[in-house]
Write a protein that binds this ligand. Structure first.
Ligand code: FES
Ligand code: FE2
Length: 381
């Protein structure tokens, strides 16, 4: 991968309205969260009977494993009068077909309407016209992805991290632990925070001992996937409470990868942190302009999970502490940026990936040319 000298290109941060404005939120809805591939979960967490209702971007969706063993995503909304088809507490009762509990319209697992009682003789009614609405989705690297209005295939979008997925065998890894958070900050503040280690000496003294903050390099410097590796300190095997390995080193990693932790952001909702012995993911979902839900999962090799005495706790506790430190500064930043006196300041070159995130974000909104060269008045008025 290409390595560049890092530079934030003299950029300043985003202005206040990007973390407060309902209009920006709406524009993000149409320009970003309808048009990008988003990770909605691990295949293994979708349930054993092949039906998984969930909300995404405030929409009622239903993942269904078809007879062909492929997962599809549908709107969880009956085509008759709009009842929810399946609630989370009803998953255990689902049979082979999906029957609406209201008037018993019945759909197969490919989303086709198969039965609609007493609809014979209704003028113009044809069952083939009333299948469930499907949302484009894909299963890649053990994750389920969706995109409401895709312009590219999920595999094309993910190609830049294909090496990562392949070397870490992400498809085969299993969830060994999970943490959930509701952070009182705009989703972009979490992306920006994850994208730099300028804050590590002050915010994460324990993390900074394992991976000193100047020991990082950028690999992916522009576009929807950004990030790169940090070098583990001497004597440290992974990111955990004591810096000791928690799982078995992943055999397919090369010597350099065994001595690194790499951090990638996948716009607009996934962080992927690859360690020598496990993969950490943060899956984000914006809830409101100042609230973001985070699901944090620890993926280990199946052989580790099955090993007697395996204990992911040292990694989980380490990252729970680090996460909470991060959320605290994100929430402080949200509060500060909401203040009417906030004026964006300049990025350091250690924040080159934050600047790259802003560029891709503004480009996605169609605002890059307007905003990125605007220099806010740095003086308080
Ligand atoms: S609303 Fe579903 S069958 Fe009537
Ligand atoms: Fe951090």
């Amino acid at each position: 991968m290409e390595r560049n000298t890092r530079s934030a290109l003299g950029q300043f941060g985003l202005t206040r309205d990007y973390v407060t404005s309902a209009a920006v939120w709406e524009q993000e809805s149409t320009q970003i969260f309808r048009r990008h591939w988003m990770c909605v979960g691990r295949i293994e967490e979708l349930g054993t009977n092949g039906v998984h209702p969930f909300t995404w971007e405030g929409q009622q969706l239903l993942a269904v494993c078809g007879d062909d063993r492929h997962w599809r995503v549908f709107r969880n909304v009956c085509r008759h009068r709009g009842s929810l088809l399946v609630r989370p507490d009803e998953c255990g009762e689902i049979g082979h077909r999906l029957q609406c509990p209201y008037h018993a319209w019945t759909y197969d697992r490919q989303g086709c309407l198969r039965a609609a009682p007493n609809m014979e003789g209704v003028p113009g009614f044809e069952t083939q016209d009333f299948g469930l609405f499907e949302i484009p989705s894909a299963s890649v690297a053990g994750f389920l992805w969706l995109n409401f209005e895709p312009t590219d295939a999920a595999a094309d979008f993910l190609r830049p991290v294909d090496d990562v997925f392949r070397a870490w065998q992400v498809e085969q890894l299993e969830i060994a632990a999970e943490l959930r958070y509701l952070v009182q900050a705009n989703w972009k503040l979490l992306f920006q925070n994850y994208s730099e280690c300028y804050h590590c000496p002050t915010v994460h003294p324990a993390l900074n001992r394992l991976t000193p903050y100047l020991g990082s390099a950028n690999e992916l410097m522009s576009g929807p996937i950004l990030g790169g590796p940090m070098q583990l300190a001497a004597g440290c095997g992974t990111m955990s409470e004591e810096g000791k390995l928690v799982g078995t080193p992943i055999a397919s990693l090369d010597a350099a990868q065994q001595r690194q932790v790499s951090y990638y952001t996948l716009f607009p909702n996934l962080f992927l942190s690859v360690h020598p012995d496990y993969v950490l993911i943060h899956r984000l979902q914006r809830i409101s302009v100042r609230e973001t839900e985070v699901v944090c999962q620890f993926l280990f090799q199946a052989s580790d999970r099955q090993r007697p005495g395996f204990e992911p706790g040292p990694a989980v506790r380490f990252w729970d502490l680090t996460n909470r430190q991060d959320w605290e500064v994100c929430e402080r930043t949200q509060l500060g940026m909401e203040d009417v006196g906030y004026v964006p300041g300049p990025y350091s070159n250690l924040e080159s990936v934050v600047a790259a995130f802003d560029r891709y974000y503004l480009e996605s909104l169609g605002r890059l040319a307007n905003e990125i060269h605007a220099r806010p008045n740095a003086r308080h008025s």
